[in-house]
Write a protein that binds this ligand. Structure first.
Ligand code: ADP
Length: 339
């Protein structure tokens, strides 16, 4: 990729056509290149932040990976950065689930693409740190018999592990519902390994199959306590329509010990992803009541996001247990993040 261009040239070269989405730091617009009439996604980050350079550098080095969104140009000044990305028109995975008929087999295909993408990233000691359904965009090739294609986005939290050594967790990154237990325990701060992403694959798979976030509690503290206790449900009323392989796949990812968790390579050879046919297939779209619970969970993102930015007192949080949850711990931190 060429050098970043002057920020003011963005409006000269592109016309903004509409909003695609908002993240924690960025607003993403659909835009058209005025000369070629081609459409792109313009990711505008309010302040020039080190995470923009990290994102641009990772996207640049993986530009040949077709499951990772392509970066074409960067416009920058001291106030704002604009990343010109490939437009992924299908939308976020979760919203697709509510509108398109997908089978369990289709879902194994998407998760397989995700795992093979993570395999490539992890091979280069890169941890994405924010794997979740909102960061998995689907291209509009969902018409049968074509298999769904996906693009992984949002590398702003990504970490490059030096000499493949575990990285330090400070400050907390990622969305709390997706934080691996080792990120919340305080026995060791050097806990960032590629296994963190694999935990998120487990949470993402659970959500995409059931429409329910496995550790979502009534309060942020309850969510954290449930993660620390690895307290989630795999009963037949939720998973009865799916193959046993699907349940086994999730249960081998949502394990407290990062060492015991499946790696991306192990996921790819797990029967759920490697078998050609599924005997039981649940049909989508998800029912309306499941979808509304998903939407409610997504609106919780606002709370989750502020939590991820606050300076969580890890020691206090790790003391949360079913009998010893101290909501005041979270509330205090939560409120102080707004001061
Ligand atoms: P942030 O870095 O602030 O978290 P994201 O990169 O996650 O922002 O982008 C926010 C949202 O914008 C995504 O969840 C998605 O809905 C949308 N989006 C991001 N990149 C694209 C793209 N290349 N094509 C289409 N939509 C996109």
């Amino acid at each position: 990729m060429k050098e970043a261009k002057e920020r003011h040239l963005f409006e000269e070269h592109y016309q903004i056509c509409g909003l695609l989405g908002r993240g924690r730091f960025a607003t993403v617009y659909k835009c058209m290149h005025k000369e070629t009439k081609q459409y792109f996604a313009a990711k505008i980050v309010q302040k020039q932040h080190p995470r923009v350079d990290m994102e641009a550098s990772i996207l640049n080095s993986f530009r040949h990976n077709k499951n990772i969104v392509s970066l074409y140009e960067v416009y920058q000044d001291s106030r704002e950065s604009v990343l010109i990305l490939e437009l992924v028109p299908g939308g976020e995975l979760l919203y697709i689930l509510g509108t398109v008929i997908l089978t369990e087999y289709d879902m194994t295909h998407v998760i397989k693409l995700l795992c093979s993408t993570l395999y490539c990233l992890h091979y280069k000691h890169i941890v994405h740190m924010d794997i979740k359904p909102e960061n998995i965009l689907i291209c509009n090739t969902l018409h049968k018999p074509a298999k769904p294609a996906m693009r992984l986005v949002d590398f702003g939290f990504a970490r490059v592990l030096q000499n493949n050594r575990p990285g330090n967790i400070e400050p907390i990154r990622g969305t709390p519902e997706f934080l691996a237990p080792e990120m919340l325990r305080c026995d060791d701060l050097d806990v960032v390994t590629t296994a963190v992403d694999m935990w998120c694959v487990g949470v993402t798979t659970y959500i995409t199959l059931t429409g329910i976030s496995p550790f979502q509690g009534e309060t942020a503290c309850e969510t954290v306590a449930r993660i620390l206790h690895c307290d989630y449900y795999l009963g037949d009323d939720l998973f009865g329509g799916y193959s046993r392989d699907a349940v086994d796949f999730i249960s081998k990812l949502l394990v407290p010990s990062p060492r015991a968790r499946m790696t991306a390579a192990e996921c790819l050879s797990h029967p759920w992803l490697s078998k050609k046919k599924r005997s039981k297939q649940r049909q989508y779209p998800l029912s309306q009541h499941v979808l509304s619970s998903v939407r409610a969970a997504l609106s919780e993102r606002v709370i989750s996001d502020s939590m991820s930015m606050l300076k969580l007192n890890l020691r206090e949080l790790s003391q949360c247990s079913e009998s010893n949850i101290k909501p005041s711990t979270i509330d205090r931190n939560y409120k102080s993040s707004y001061k």
